[in-house]
Design a protein around this ligand. Structure first.
Ligand code: UDP
Length: 246
């Protein structure tokens, strides 16, 4: 599994959710350290503006397409990706593996009350998981205390819910402290896990309009959506350039 699909400079893994879960399960068994980024168009656009962030994202072992925009972009670029792999779904699948294998999971990020509720739900729904530890997401990144706490908890999986670009930066800056483990930025997933934010119903997800549900529920996010048409325009422009040069 090594084919990559370039979408505006970010190299996505050409894989399905089933395949990547199989690979990750194997990497856990083999004690390999793994950095996962689930990138949406907003992340790709941000990486275009910030080369340091782009380098961090590109240093991940697997960059997966979170968001229908990436799938549409790859298709327009005539290099389609098999399917969308939402970060939240991947996190749930990893929780299921952790439950089965009694793995140690660290939860880093979100507001303290949200985090505590999320942990309560995890304890209830995945009783086999060993909670290696948790810490809210409002701390000073320069202070090594939190990273040391995560390191000393000896985790198999670390979910980092600090929102981008902070979560990917935190993982990159601290990865050297660990010999093994899965490290994944999960954005607002603890908010959903805690029940504070509702996920779109299955039909909306199936129709690929989860983003619309989010916009209706959290209209304050509309500004963050304006990047989507710009992303699509950039893809179309890149396609035109590519077809001229070939
Ligand atoms: N968050 C955090 N520390 C911060 C900023 C954000 O822990 O300094 C948390 C926030 O509480 C939320 C999550 O990061 O739980 C990400 O939120 P957002 O909806 O912005 O992320 P997205 O899913 O859009 O990447």
């Amino acid at each position: 599994m090594s084919k990559k699909v370039d979408v505006l400079g970010i190299e996505f893994e050409h894989t399905t959710k089933t395949e990547i879960i199989y690979t990750l399960e194997k990497r856990i068994r083999d004690n390999k350290k793994t950095f996962i980024v689930t990138a949406n168009p907003e992340i790709v656009m941000y990486a275009q503006r910030d080369s340091q962030y782009k380098n961090i994202v590109q240093s991940a072992d697997y960059i997966l397409p979170d968001g229908i925009g990436i799938i549409m972009g790859a298709k327009l670029l005539k290099n389609p990706l098999p399917e969308r792999i939402p970060g939240f779904d991947l996190m749930k699948d990893l929780l299921t593996i952790a439950n089965k294998e009694q793995l140690r999971v660290f939860f880093l990020g979100a507001r303290e009350n949200v985090l505590n509720k999320a942990i309560d739900n995890v304890k209830h729904d995945y009783p086999g998981i060993q909670i290696a530890g948790c810490h809210h997401g409002f701390f000073n990144e320069e202070d090594p205390e939190v990273a040391t706490m995560v390191q000393e908890s000896n985790p198999d999986i670390v979910f980092v819910a600090l929102g981008f670009p902070r979560q990917e930066r935190w993982i990159r800056n601290n990865a050297h402290l660990f010999q093994q483990g899965i490290f994944m930025g999960v954005g607002g997933s603890f908010d959903v896990l805690s029940g504070t934010v509702k996920r779109a119903p299955a039909l909306w997800r199936k129709l690929n309009i989860e983003w619309l549900y989010r916009l209706i529920k959290q209209p304050q996010r509309w500004k963050r959506m304006t990047f989507l048409p710009i992303f699509m325009l950039k893809v179309i422009f890149t396609r035109k350039q590519d077809s001229r040069s070939s």
